[in-house]
Ligand binder design. Structure first.
Ligand SMILES: *[C@@H]1O[C@H](CO)[C@@H](O)[C@H](O)[C@H]1NC(C)=O
Ligand SMILES: *[C@@H]1O[C@H](CO)[C@@H](O)[C@H](O)[C@H]1NC(C)=O
Length: 465
């Protein structure tokens, strides 16, 4: 019994780590302190879910069957119009969303979406958080209502569109470059692809104009129309087809079978899309058949925390391994297209775990991501957010786990500190402690002998391209 409790406690603690990741980098939200306990539950579910899907597939099939039961499918064929279809899903691991076909009327100011059925139907309601992670509890819910019938009191349309629409929220975890890509741009990409830019994007929830400006090039490639801000919108906007909320297939990835509209997409399609959006020239790594050409390695230095202390030695080791090396300090306010072009000129990235790893999306296929994972049992987070996605993008992922000796915490705290001897004890204290100790106070002095092995592996991979 005791060990059951302990192991479950332990899951809760890892959960804390993931929570940190989901919340600590939020630039635009101040609500992190209140979201703690709720997110824990969600990530716990996620861990269980992940274990299940890695183990027996039978359990997963059951879960999916349940999901289908919970979806609503109402069809009311008529001679003149396509049938009304209301499909709302609230049972998936990460996201809630609705796909609505028929007479759909959106009132932004009221956060409400009404479906007017063509024949008498049962009145039904769903509450859908239009941010792609249900765990972003500080994003409000949209009321999606299927009215009783054509005669039910429905708001009169003030604007009518003949293209479909997608409603999505900002806020949530957006503003952090990882979440911008994983939670917003990627799911919008695979949802909008079926429409070939003939789709109206509607955004809600304290919309930050800077966000839309920052990602304008990518957004414009998904829709030819100006984005409509639903915050305080007094119109009744009417569509024949609307998706409410964005569906995440994974934490950062695509399940090709789940892409709607019969389009088959995978992560290489997303990175190709970004290369097109930002006019990135390189779709392949440097050809090493010409001996005068060296592959380029970008060393990402974070600021002000989680820095490489022996930068000069690292650069020397990488040059010795045959790389042309540049050290970059990425700025959060940098223009995305300029940064994307810079990253795209490299073949490999070497960096400490953090949102900067998201730059992997701009590397040419066949490139290498070397992620240095600091002390503190952060491997799972590092792998799920950047490692597995890198591999799916067609990059080589190399994980460099540091040892205690390479961490600045050893000197700062002494060898007997629980943060050194027992990272689980820090996890037990919650994500704030974990973030403070492992992600804020820690710098890293890489062991050059170990690094050389990793660099050699990276070079070997690039040679084989
Ligand atoms: C959403 O639905 C709930 C009832 O489920 C209702 O109390 C609330 O007023 C609705 N909100 C809006 C904006 O219509
Ligand atoms: C890094 O550490 C994790 C967790 O202990 C382990 O699963 C993984 O295999 C390690 N990776 C490497 C490259 O040593």
């Amino acid at each position: 019994m005791k060990s059951w409790v302990q192991s479950h406690l332990h899951v809760g603690l890892i959960v804390g780590v993931l929570l940190v990741l989901l919340t600590y980098l939020i630039v635009s939200e101040q609500a992190a302190t209140t979201s703690g306990t709720r997110v824990v539950t969600t990530v716990a579910e996620w861990l269980v879910d992940k274990q299940l899907s890695e183990g027996t597939s039978g359990t997963v099939v059951t879960a999916e069957a349940q999901q289908i039961v919970n979806k609503q499918l109402i069809q009311a064929p008529s001679e003149t119009e396509k049938p009304t279809k209301v499909l709302c899903s609230t049972e998936e691991r990460l996201s809630d969303y609705c796909e609505l076909d028929g007479d759909v009327r959106i009132r932004g100011r009221a956060w409400s979406v009404d479906v007017v059925p063509s024949t008498w139907s049962e009145r039904r309601e769903w509450k859908i958080r239009p941010y792609s992670r249900r765990s972003a509890t500080h994003v409000d819910m949209v009321n999606v209502t299927q009215l009783q019938g054509p005669s039910a009191a429905a708001p009169a349309c003030t604007v009518t569109y003949d293209v479909p629409a997608i409603i999505f929220a900002l806020g949530g975890y957006s503003g952090n470059v990882f979440h911008d890509h994983a939670d917003v741009l990627l799911p919008l990409f695979y949802l909008s692809r079926q429409y070939g830019r003939e789709v109206q994007l509607l955004v809600i929830n304290r919309v930050q104009p800077w966000w839309l400006g920052k990602y304008a090039l990518a957004l414009r490639r998904m829709s030819r129309y100006d984005i409509v801000n639903l915050d305080g919108d007094t119109h009744v906007r009417c569509f024949r087809r609307v998706t409410v909320g964005l569906r995440l297939h994974k934490d950062f990835g695509i399940v090709p079978e789940q892409v709607p509209g019969g389009v088959r997409l995978a992560m290489p399609d997303f990175t190709r899309f970004l290369r097109e959006a930002y006019s990135l020239p390189r779709g392949a790594t440097t050809s090493l058949t010409d001996p005068s050409k060296k592959p380029r390695l970008m060393l990402i230095q974070r600021q002000p925390h989680r820095r490489f202390l022996n930068e000069k030695e690292i650069v020397a080791a990488a040059e010795e391994a045959g790389f042309e090396v540049a050290v970059t300090e990425l700025r959060i306010d940098a223009a995305v297209d300029a940064q994307a072009r810079l990253v795209n000129s490299f073949d490999a990235i070497l960096g400490l775990h953090g949102a900067g790893m998201t730059n992997e999306v701009f590397l040419p296929p066949g490139g290498v991501l070397i992620q240095v994972v600091p002390l503190g049992k952060l491997d799972l987070m590092a792998r799920v957010e950047y490692g597995e996605p890198a591999a799916e993008m067609g990059l080589k992922y190399l994980c460099y786990n540091i040892t205690v000796q390479e961490s600045s915490l050893l000197e700062e705290l002494g060898p007997d500190d629980p943060a050194i001897t027992d990272p689980d004890s820090v996890h037990r204290r919650g994500w704030a402690a974990l973030y403070d100790i492992y992600l804020t106070r820690q710098d890293v002095r890489l062991d050059i002998a170990h690094l050389k092995l990793t660099l050699a592996e990276a070079m070997e991979h690039l040679r084989r391209q």
